[in-house]
Ligand binder design. Structure first.
Ligand SMILES: NC(=O)c1ccc[n+]([C@@H]2O[C@H](COP(=O)([O-])OP(=O)(O)OC[C@H]3O[C@@H](n4cnc5c(N)ncnc54)[C@H](O)[C@@H]3O)[C@@H](O)[C@H]2O)c1
Length: 268
């Protein structure tokens, strides 16, 4: 018996990275999974790979920036598998060219990131919740980010959108708990997805490694397993929480790494 046996999950942004890990692990543990992604071919390929491994999944197109596309994805899930009991609002975009500091960020990009990162969470939940109520309950999991808990030099829209996802998670949890619907989030720190690995210069990875409490980087499955737990009944008394999965990067006094260097130098 799988950890999410019999559940029906819609995973947005499931064709690659963190969403692919979530979709794969959910299917491995017995859920039927709809993988919805802008990259339709990637979503279909991911579903085929899951089927080859004995799981059940189907891939479809989704533009998480458009309300009607999100509605279609929820409707498709109901037509395909009869219900929806897990919704993973995982899609999230960032843009290092246009999402800058507050004075210089591009306002159109602000709106786009708010639509794709935040409004999609509202809309996916809005369309799925009536079906979850009919099913007797469900679990909604939102992919936030540690950028939603901290300030930074750039990516103001991304950080603001993710902070809002953290609090929208609480609102959904507060409003639908009595309907047996739980809503939680996961806030990744730097996760070395294939895309992140290809785009990050080694010097940037070294900076992250220096400030992690753990001596290694996060991987997509670290988030995948957390989401699997939140989707399963193992977490049935947890709601409204956003679990920070970040290797202890943000947990300690931020100057600890420099203090360690100082103490080491003094003792030589
Ligand atoms: N990787 C990290 O270090 C990290 C850190 C913190 C938070 N996150 C969050 O994790 C989530 C997944 O990130 P990832 O690193 O796996 O990204 P990724 O780029 O590897 O995958 C994102 C997926 O979303 C799809 N997508 C993009 N725009 C879409 C849209 N409008 N509609 C539907 N699908 C769309 C892409 O095609 C892709 O398959 C995001 O919400 C991101 O903000 C990631």
């Amino acid at each position: 018996m799988g950890r999410v046996q019999g559940k029906v999950a819609l995973v947005t942004g499931g064709a690659s990275g963190i969403g692919l890990s979530i979709s794969t692990l959910m299917a491995k543990e017995g859920a039927k999974v709809v993988i919805a992604d802008f990259n339709e071919a990637g979503a279909k390929e991911a579903a085929e790979n899951i089927k080859k491994q004995g799981g059940e999944a189907v891939g479809i197109f989704l533009d998480a920036g458009k309300a009607d596309s999100i509605q279609v994805a929820v409707d498709f899930t109901i037509e395909q598998y009869g219900t929806i009991t897990v919704l993973v609002n995982n899609v999230g975009l960032t843009n290092l060219q246009k999402d800058l500091d507050v004075v210089n960020l591009d306002l159109e990009e602000w709106d786009r990131l708010m639509d794709v990162n935040l409004k999609s969470v509202l809309l996916g939940s809005r369309f799925a919740i009536p079906h979850m109520i009919k099913a007797g309950g469900g679990s909604i999991i939102n992919t936030a980010s540690m950028a939603g808990f901290t300030g930074d030099a750039v990516r103001s829209a991304y950080g603001a959108s993710k902070a809002a996802v953290v609090n929208l998670t609480r609102y959904i949890a507060a409003q639908y708990g009595k309907d047996h619907i739980r809503c939680n989030g996961v806030a990744p720190g730097l996760i070395l997805t294939p895309a992140a690995k290809n785009n990050m210069p080694p010097a940037v990875l070294d900076i992250f490694a220096k400030f992690n409490a753990l001596p290694y980087h996060g991987e997509a499955d670290d988030i995948g397993y957390t989401v699997l737990f939140l989707a399963s009944d193992e977490s049935k008394f947890i709601t409204g929480q956003t679990i920070q999965v970040e290797g202890g990067h943000y947990m300690a006094n931020p100057s600890i790494s420099d203090f360690n260097d100082y103490v080491t130098k003094q003792s030589k």
